[in-house]
Design a protein around this ligand. Structure first.
Ligand code: SF4
Length: 367
């Protein structure tokens, strides 16, 4: 894997900066203000996406803020320029989902991913702007999805990863009815400065227990565990070198104003005296394909690519991880060319160790 690919497999769109919630661990800097994406931005992105989507599967991910806070009319206007071959996804806190939104999802073929952190007592950080728990509103939204028979994914932030909790967490999502689950250990990034250092053995045991829970009832695609198992199988087959893509997916995030931030959506909206605003251009001034073709020349991106090479030459987990995320390096280390972060320890190294620990604990005795 070397450099940044000129064509992404998906784009992330920010229809509004606003979020109706105020979660304690949120990284978004402008979530209290409603800066909406003009339709001209969506038209410019759609012009670039058309040829990419014509040659294979292509997704547009609507992310915020809270994307549903943009309203159905505006979101429909932003989606309209994209051709029918594009798959639309939305990442939502679910609190605004009702029958009318479900009809919208059906009409637009939109795939929904819900942010919910597990059982009620684990959602204490998910609060309204008035500081009230958002949990009841989240489950009301999920109930609407289920009433309409809409499949959905779930994304859970785990702030205190420890054994004894992973089984409850997995069982909760089995009951919730999602078909895909992503588990993110809370990250120190953006305006969230809470620490994310945890005891290594505890985090490893959390992942090992999650693998065990999943293996008992593998009815949900458990993103992190399935990645790890695919990697472990490739290592055993001697095919691990083929697993990483040849180049990094640029994953362009299109900000509400048309600015393009590659590789890490979490950098959008921040500025730094040396790196500027982290953007690689603006689709209102330059075609997206042209911006991506030159993205490796963005000063911080060059530094990040040097960090990826440092990972490649120093880290035994590189074949699984591919060098980690730019935003975690920046917000934890203050630069892009470092290597290990607490995030990669929690979510890559200890994840893989947890899968191996589970395998060791459950291997059949030698004949
Ligand atoms: S696990 Fe951490 S140090 Fe290793 S390749 Fe990934 S980001 Fe780099």
């Amino acid at each position: 894997m070397q450099g940044v690919a000129p064509v992404p497999s998906y784009v992330v769109m920010q229809p509004t900066t606003l979020c109706n919630l105020d979660c304690v661990y949120c990284y978004l800097p402008f979530r209290a203000v409603d800066r909406r994406m003009p339709v001209a931005v969506a038209e410019a992105v759609a012009a670039a996406v058309g040829p990419w989507a014509a040659t294979g599967r292509f997704s547009v991910v609507w992310h915020g803020g809270e994307p549903l806070a943009a309203g159905r009319e505006h979101l429909a206007a932003l989606m309209a320029p994209f051709g029918p071959q594009v798959e639309h996804h939305v990442q939502t806190n679910a609190t605004l989902i009702d029958d009318a939104w479900c009809a919208f999802f059906v009409e637009h073929g939109m795939r929904v991913s819900v942010s919910v952190d597990g059982p009620r007592e684990r959602n204490g950080d998910r609060v309204t702007r008035a500081g009230q728990p958002a949990y009841d509103r989240i489950v009301r939204g999920v109930a609407a999805l289920r009433r309409h028979g809409l499949p959905f994914s779930a994304l859970a932030v785990v702030s205190r990863p420890a054994p004894g909790y992973a089984t409850d967490l997995y069982d909760y999502f089995l009951d919730l009815g999602c078909d895909v689950l992503g588990v993110n250990i809370e990250e120190t990034e953006g305006v969230n400065t809470r620490g994310n250092a945890h005891d290594a053995a505890t985090v490893t045991a959390f992942w090992a227990e999650l693998v065990a829970a999943w293996r008992r009832a593998p009815r949900i695609h458990l993103r992190e565990v399935e990645w790890s198992l695919r990697y472990a199988a490739a290592v055993l087959d001697g095919a691990a070198d083929d697993l990483l893509p040849r180049q990094l997916d640029p994953i362009p995030t299109i900000g509400h104003d048309g600015s393009v931030t590659v590789l890490s959506p979490e950098l959008a909206g921040f500025t730094h005296p040396r790196y500027g605003d982290f953007s690689s251009g603006n689709v209102l001034a330059t075609p997206l394909a042209e911006i991506l073709a030159g993205a490796a020349g963005t000063p911080w991106v060059g530094e990040f690519l040097a960090g990826v090479e440092a990972c490649r030459s120093s880290c035994p987990y590189f074949g699984f991880c591919g060098g980690g995320h730019a935003a975690n390096r920046y917000f934890e280390l203050g630069r892009f060319d470092g290597t290990e972060t607490e995030h990669c320890r929690n979510s890559k190294i200890r994840l893989l160790e947890g899968v191996l620990e589970h395998a060791r604990d459950h291997e059949s005795p030698a004949a």
